[in-house]
Design a protein. Sequence first.
Length: 117
Amino acid sequence: MNDTENLNPPAMLEAILADTAALDFQMLSEPLTGALLRSLCASKPGGRFLELGTGTGAATAWMLDGMDARSTLWTVDCEAGLVAIAQAHLAADPRVSFFRARRRPISRDAGAAGRVF
């Protein structure tokens, strides 16, 4: 049995993967992981999602594919070059917001700063 045969990947995934290959970036989600992320997002209508590690947007594309119109996704990464690929393919979607973080530990008082996830 081939579990990846009928996954029906998001339409923009092929272009994201092509741009990713040009960078030789290897830290992508596997297709079955993407399908799981899509299913999880689909199970929470109107959900507010947070993705830590946007990368080039492969997993982001799967998540958006499962989200309904009322859901939102905040995705965070520290590598501007990688996020630029994700934004080039996904930023037109009003449900997603991209954030660039600095490389530093997350403080315990992040909630006190009004950031509630």
